[in-house]
Design a protein around this ligand. Structure first.
Ligand code: AMP
Length: 585
């Protein structure tokens, strides 16, 4: 451990942490008790929207701001729990009027907007399934997800619709309705104006019986082969959101919480929407993208107490002068959390020095639905470690022996991070891909695809991905998806895509391209291919670097050996090449 641990002194904390004695709470923990802390629906069942919104709207929090929405233009619009209940009720009615059935998929492609919250909870109240998409995706990733997710309704903006969706309509016969958030009149029978439709809907709605195992949310995540995987989550996931809100985010009734994640990613829903509202706190939503000065101003002016952000953003803040931060009063802030990529120990210490608070790293993924390993307010931080498993979660470092067995490793041994199956927010399926889902489990364990180790005191340390998935600015990018898109260009015979380490955003997407006969590598062609990727895939997914190469290294079975491309790029030893095409034995 090259960096000294950061001790915590609970006696000097303004607010006593919810998790004071980690070992005791872990030993006594039961998910049944967590369930008992929530309402449940009258007559049984569990619905996330009831727990996060209606439960509070019917009580003393009716007039409390659930959301403070900060517009790009500097406006501040509060939305109370009571208003959120009424608006989500209208949306639930609208889905009924449109003939949408429970279980059908409602997609969101409209970034951060106040309507998001009405649409999200309205969808859950109607017992349909909500699927958020990242607004910066290009047409190809959008089309694939809408197709694969059998989108029934898409909520989007006029701009997204005319730029990206309209040309795709023929590919999407199941998409029967497109609701535009920012137009006053319907365009045709299929493309309708959401605000005016909502005007005509009642504000009263009773949530029908909802089985805790009913599907609620669908999140797409990237795979190394094949197209993106749709991870399915159920209403019972709310137990994990509630417990992580209590023990990791450490939410208390008067907190002002800010999660900076985009609503298109799982953090944006689990922690940008659900967890803070479950705890009845006020949550900040900023319509604008990252801007260091704006972010410090928001933290100061909104008196944010608990802040959940990501390593890329923290590293961008680290690049600004400390004098910028010193212009803002951050005295309300008491906890800072980070997720999504490895958090460098330097960033934890930077937090301590510049924000006056260390940064608490935590680990989870789309499939886990909620935080699984974390640093806690009252527990010593070991800079560079992801922390310890959540109470109620059993984690282990394992080695896969065969399809049915793993070996559980001891302290300080590197292996795959695994979680004992059965926690409430565990994904219940990859949509239309049962085989792939089952492959994630070995016996009682869910294998995460991440390599890690545990130290003798139970802290987990991230080592790397076991596969070729790229994390760029916190976004998962599947190399296969990028390779497939590049290959649609007439000059491209083959492409191999890797993540190339970059100090601020973690990794950049880099493509190696083999040209078809008759095409010659040139700078204009390189630029053309980069532009082609950006138009099809969007800036978050497209390669930022592209290099021509004569041949791609492949296995004998024809799979691209991205590991080799990466080793060559970084000048590292190329390791085991026994399966390389053309190699001996
Ligand atoms: P996603 O499914 O997009 O949320 O991405 C999940 C993946 O991001 C994990 O499997 C890890 O590879 C990576 N990740 C998330 N949090 C952390 C963290 N605290 N440290 C290192 N990697 C992380």
């Amino acid at each position: 451990m090259p960096f000294a641990p950061i001790a915590k002194n609970v006696a000097t904390m303004a607010v006593q942490p919810n998790l004071l004695d980690y070992e005791r709470i872990r030993a006594d923990f039961s998910w049944e008790e967590a369930r008992a802390a929530l309402d449940g629906l009258q007559g049984g069942g569990m619905n996330i929207a009831h727990e996060a919104v209606d439960r509070h709207a019917r009580g003393p929090l009716h007039d409390r701001a659930a959301i403070r929405f900060l517009g790009k233009d500097g406006t501040l619009t509060p939305l109370t729990y009571g208003e959120l209940q009424a608006r989500s009720n209208r949306f639930a009615h609208l889905l009924g009027q449109l003939g949408v059935l429970p279980g059908e998929r409602i997609f969101w492609l409209a970034g951060r907007s106040l309507l998001l919250y009405a649409a999200f909870f309205g969808t859950l109240k109607h017992r349909s399934v909500f699927c958020p998409l990242f607004a910066a995706f290009g047409p190809e990733p959008i089309a694939q997800r809408l197709e694969r997710g059998n989108a029934r309704v898409l909520v989007t903006t006029e701009r997204q619709y005319s730029k990206k969706i309209k040309p795709l309509l023929d590919r999407l016969p199941e998409l029967r309705c497109i609701l535009l958030v920012d137009v006053d009149a319907d365009i045709d029978q299929r493309v309708r104006a959401l605000p005016s439709l909502l005007q005509g809907c009642s504000e009263q709605f009773t949530i029908p019986p909802t089985d805790p195992e009913d599907r609620a949310i669908l999140h797409f995540t990237s795979g190394t082969t094949g197209m993106p995987k749709g991870a399915v989550h159920v209403h019972n996931a709310v137990l994990t959101h509630f417990i992580t809100g209590r023990y990791v985010l450490d939410l208390h009734p008067d907190d002002i919480f800010w999660c900076t994640a985009d609503p298109g990613w799982v953090t944006g829903t689990s922690y940008g929407i659900i967890a803070p509202l479950l705890h009845g706190v006020t949550t900040i939503v900023d319509e604008a993208d990252f801007d260091a000065e704006r972010w410090y101003r928001i933290l100061a002016e909104q008196r944010v107490t608990v802040w959940y952000t990501a390593p890329t953003a923290i590293r961008m803040l680290m690049r600004t002068p400390d004098t910028l931060r010193q212009r803002y009063d951050l005295s309300a802030l008491r906890l800072v959390h980070s997720v999504g990529e490895p958090l460098n120990p330097e960033a934890v210490l930077w937090g301590q020095r510049v924000l006056g608070l260390p940064i608490h790293d935590n680990w989870w993924q789309t499939e886990t639905g909620g935080i699984m390993v974390a640093n806690y307010a009252a527990l010593e931080i070991r800079p560079g470690s992801m922390g310890k498993p959540l109470p109620g979660i059993e984690a282990a470092i394992v080695t896969r022996l065969d399809a049915d067995t793993v070996r559980i490793e001891g302290a300080e041994v590197e292996g795959e991070l695994a979680l004992r199956r059965g926690w409430p927010s565990m994904f219940r399926a990859y949509l239309h891909d049962e085989q792939r889902y089952h492959k994630c489990f070995v016996g009682d364990w869910y294998l995460t695809g991440d390599l890690a180790r545990r130290d003798a005191d139970g802290y987990y340390w991230f080592v790397g991905r076991a596969d070729d998935i790229i994390k760029t600015a916190g976004h998962m990018v599947g190399p296969f998806e990028v390779e497939s898109s590049l290959m649609e260009h007439p000059a491209v015979a083959e492409a191999g895509v890797i993540g190339k380490p970059e100090p601020t955003i973690g990794e950049i997407v880099k493509a190696f391209v083999v040209l078809k006969p008759g095409f010659t590598a040139s700078e204009p062609l390189r630029q053309e291919l980069i532009g082609f990727g950006r138009t099809r895939l969007g800036s978050a997914v497209a390669p930022k670097e592209l290099e021509f190469i004569d041949n791609l290294p492949k296995t004998r079975s024809g799979k691209i050996m991205r590991r080799l491309l990466k080793a060559r790029e970084l000048g590292l030893p190329i390791g085991d090449t026994s399966t390389l095409e053309g190699s001996e034995s």
